[in-house]
Design a protein around this ligand. Structure first.
Ligand SMILES: [Zn+2]
Length: 328
């Protein structure tokens, strides 16, 4: 099992500890792909949206690089066309197919099978028009996954004309025009959408949330124009794909551990071999030292032995000289 604070990321299948997220929020961002809790929650829902995606276009509103390729693949698997749309793509350097506002979507009625609309409505002054246009383009059997920041227990606080510093203070971001409250769902319903609010703890058990790095309290609003989403079916599909992701991640973790083990074993072998070489060199050095000590000792002995011999030679020479002198 990954260590505490580490996850199997549903967005990139990477395994590892989470990095801090925006504002230094601890254990939020995938260290491999940068996905946050809401991205991982979205990716977890996508396998359950196949039948909706097959009903028409797949519309990714304000696409983020963390999830856009996965949403594109969802569209491809369903045999549908992917469209990335943003009002001001330059703001976040987004790659989009269509530049347009959610209040005036340039698509025919009932042409969209799946809409991803995460953290967009809180930016739009006329959000009710945007919600009505979402309902207009949504095909029969289509689904919109909507998410906004929302406070519980208070009504929506909004003021599109508020200056930037007030927006930061009241709405949490300079380009937000409101902070949604309890009435968010009513607004969606008044715009012609059938709404099911789900929290991730409805779909996953606590261990699954922990292993996938999904916040159990994360809310997503599932909007259709007809029948509400079948919750037990959604729960079954999400649970099954969560377990697949976790098991795949664990397999990869074990595989990585095996590879790491083999690398460690090879480097231990290299260390042992270089230790042997060092030992052999040390032995050679020791025997050289012995030899040098031996030679020194011999030299010392030789010196000690020679001194009296030379002295006696000198004496002998002196004796000879004396004898010669006496003969004269
Ligand atoms: Zn990731």
């Amino acid at each position: 099992m990954p260590t505490p604070g580490s996850i199997v990321c549903p967005a990139c299948q990477g395994v590892g500890r989470l990095n801090p997220g925006p504002g230094g929020r601890p254990l939020a961002a995938c260290r491999h792909c940068g996905s946050l809790e809401r991205h991982r929650a979205l990716v977890g829902l996508l396998p359950a949206t196949a039948k909706h995606a097959a009903r028409g276009l797949v519309l990714d509103v304000a696409p983020t690089p963390v999830t856009s390729e996965i949403i594109r693949a969802t569209a491809g698997d369903a045999g549908s066309r992917y469209l990335g749309m943003d009002f001001d793509p330059a703001a976040d350097k987004r790659a989009v197919n269509v530049q347009a506002s959610l209040t005036d979507i340039p698509l025919p009625d009932s042409s969209v099978g799946l809409v991803i609309c995460f953290h967009v409505l809180e930016h739009i002054p006329d959000d009710r028009t945007a919600m009505r246009d979402l309902a207009r383009v949504l095909a029969d059997g289509g689904l919109a996954l909507v998410q906004v920041p929302r406070k519980v227990g208070v009504p929506t606080d909004e003021d599109p004309s508020a200056p930037v510093e007030v927006r930061l203070e009241r709405f949490g971001q300079a380009d937000h025009v409101r902070f949604y409250g309890e009435d968010f769902e009513d607004r969606l319903q008044e715009s012609g959408l059938t709404v099911t609010a789900i929290v991730m703890s409805d779909l996953y058990d606590p261990l699954e949330c922990e292993a996938l790095g999904i916040d159990p309290a994360e809310t997503v609003w599932l909007c259709t124009t007809g029948e509400a989403v079948d919750l037990p079916e959604l729960r079954g599909q999400c649970g099954a794909s969560a377990q697949r992701s976790i098991l795949d991640g664990l397999d990869r973790t074990f595989l990585l551990a095996d590879q790491r083990g083999a690398e460690l074993r090879a480097s231990a072998d290299r260390l042992r071999a270089s230790q042997e070489r060092l030992r052999a060199t040390a032995a050679k050095l020791r025997s050289k030292n012995e030899r040098i000590r031996e030679l020194k000792a011999r030299l010392a002995d030789a010196r000690a032995g020679h001194r009296p011999t030379r002295l006696s030679r000198v004496r002998a020479r002196v004796g000879r000289v004396r004898r010669r002198l006496r003969q004269h």
